[in-house]
Ligand binder design. Structure first.
Ligand SMILES: [Zn+2]
Length: 556
């Protein structure tokens, strides 16, 4: 039996951008759009072209390959023709596959917020939909305040939805803008609307103000809606939007939905959901919610005891779905087997050759666990993980060693009597027997160290020339006097590759330096740089032993 298609619509870059404290840069938006596209979302809504220079630039060309790249904006103002409405024209000139309009579906809001007649509002909607359709776009209408509007005037709310559908809207999206409607109410209303508009043209846009946005979305699907709008990790204003990271696995893993619907997302992509969710948190510099459904670090964690021993016999005893299905893992302290299979699948993914019987694979697993206990978070730092694994299995050459570094911050009055902070760093590296003493200034000690480290790396200089530090995040773990600092650095190069490295230490400068070093070495490994002759520069055994970076006292 063929399955019905459900369409997943992501609005992280538009509604999600309303979250307090969230402010996406253009680079962030490009990265997120790419991740969503890769993951298999049907629609990626990118923002409001014409409303601000950044969104206009974002819509200068299509930013997705498979997903429908969707622009968002208001329907035209009443009393102005389509061609004289600058907002509508900015939308039409965006390089987008689809346009999602927002129009008011509540007569109260039409009167109070727009100050126009009900009929004028319907005309604006019809004309805008027609104009976008004539311009060759797929058209959607977000019916703002639909459910609240329905409760006070169902005829008008329905008239709005029907006018849009009859004017040629592919999707009429019913929005619970204030987020207070309960699942049963939504189910009843959607079922009624579906008598006038086919369900495969109805979408649901829920907010989480009663912590039920996911339940509301699923209720709407059961009542006939076939498009679900939501955001990554449920970000959004107030209490957030419907969380796609919870909805997607429910649709794919729960038979009530999985047997009936096809979301366009396969099992392979679902296996990357945990990483997607964590990467997004890191991008926002948020601590991932350990108790998040499906993807949280605690979602499949069990303390030792009766649960753990039952789990060891059959994991289904205490797990509603297999954690591997969403790329999460079981955390039980009775067996390392689950951890080892996770590790070997990561090694396979990174195309690192190993022998299953090699003791070093077990010791690498133990090392990872030890490091995670110290504060490393390798799920957010792929490049550092790959380097650690390659080093451990003996596959990273010693390109160079860092003999020492020194960083100083000075606060003083300059010649003009202004109080200034000046940072200077000295890094002593040894490349193929040659010592480099690099000195650089920066706007802080980490910036100065970064500059000094990369100032002259001898034979490798050409390879690292296009390396760029694009993001730097610091998080203090455990708090209090025993706090440790975790630094995450994102690097990019001219080829468009981006990679994340990590450092952990009680000292923020040490943690930063560790992540900076990994970033450079990863670039050299990626470029398959040929190590400068080690014969020319015999290094002390203490520096070269183990799996470390060759930096004394920095990495153990
Ligand atoms: Zn919304």
């Amino acid at each position: 039996m063929s399955k019905e298609r459900l369409y997943l619509y992501d609005t992280t870059l538009r509604d999600g951008a309303q979250t307090p404290g969230v402010d996406f840069t253009l680079a962030d938006k490009l990265l997120i759009a790419g991740l969503l596209d890769e993951f298999g979302l049907a629609y990626v809504e990118g923002g409001y072209p014409g409303a601000n220079p950044q969104d206009t630039e974002f819509f200068q060309r299509r930013r997705t390959r498979k997903a429908s790249f969707t622009a968002f904006g208001m329907v035209k103002r009443a009393g102005v023709s389509v061609s004289n409405d600058p907002g509508l024209n900015a939308l039409l000139s965006a390089d987008a596959d689809a346009i999602c309009f927002v129009g008011k579906a509540s007569d109260y809001h039409v009167k109070v917020a727009l100050g126009v007649s009900n009929e004028e509002n319907l005309d604006s909607i019809r004309d805008s939909v027609t104009a976008a359709k004539n311009a060759g776009r797929e058209v959607l209408l977000d019916c703002e305040h639909f459910f609240d509007g329905w409760k006070s005037n169902p005829d008008y709310a329905l008239a709005v939805a029907k006018s849009a559908y009859e004017a040629g809207c592919r999707w009429v999206v019913l929005c619970d803008t204030n987020g207070g409607t309960l699942p049963d109410e939504v189910a009843d209303i959607v079922a009624t609307v579906a008598k006038s508009i086919p369900g495969d043209h109805i979408g649901i846009h829920a907010h989480n103000d009663t912590d039920q946005a996911v339940a509301v979305s699923l209720a709407a699907i059961r009542a006939g809606a076939r498009q679900i709008q939501g955001t990554l990790n449920g970000i959004g204003e107030r209490c957030g939007n419907a969380n796609l990271v919870a909805i997607i696995p429910t649709l794919l893993l729960k038979p009530a939905y999985a047997d009936r619907f096809d979301t366009g997302i396969g099992a392979d992509q679902l296996g990357g959901l945990t990483i997607l969710s964590r990467r997004f948190d890191e991008l926002l510099n948020r601590v991932p919610d350990r108790q998040a459904a499906y993807v949280g670090a605690s979602a499949f964690a069990t303390k030792a005891g009766i649960h753990a021993s039952a789990l060891a016999k059959d994991s289904r005893t205490y797990e509603h779905v297999p954690p591997e299905a969403i790329g999460n893992r079981r955390r039980v302290f009775v067996s390392d087997q689950a951890g080892k299979s996770n590790l070997t699948s990561e090694l396979d993914r990174m195309a690192i050759a190993y022998d299953r019987a090699d003791q070093r694979v077990d010791s690498l697993l133990a090392e990872l666990k030890r490091r995670e206990a110290k504060g490393y978070a390798y799920e957010s730092a792929d490049a550092s993980f790959e380097l650690l694994a390659r080093r451990w299995l003996g596959k990273v050459p010693t390109y160079f060693t860092v003999d020492s570094f020194h960083a100083a911050v000075e606060r003083r009055h300059n010649a003009k009597g202004q109080l200034v902070s000046v940072s200077e760093a000295v890094v002593k590296t040894v490349v193929a027997g040659k010592t480099f003493h690099n000195v650089a200034e920066g706007n802080g000690p980490v910036n100065a160290l970064d500059r000094a480290l990369r100032k002259d790396l001898g034979v490798y200089q050409e390879i690292i020339e296009d390396l760029e530090l694009v993001d730097y995040k610091v998080r203090i773990l455990n708090g209090g006097s025993e706090a440790v600092t975790r630094v995450l650095i994102e690097s990019a190069d001219a080829g468009g590759d981006r990679w994340l490295t990590i450092g952990v230490s009680e000292n923020i400068v040490d943690a930063s330096f560790e992540a900076l070093l990994d970033a450079i070495i990863f670039k050299l490994v990626k470029a398959e740089a040929i190590p400068a002759s080690e014969a020319a520069s015999p290094q002390p055994a203490s520096v070269r032993s183990g799996g470390n970076l060759g930096v004394k006292g920095l990495v153990t």
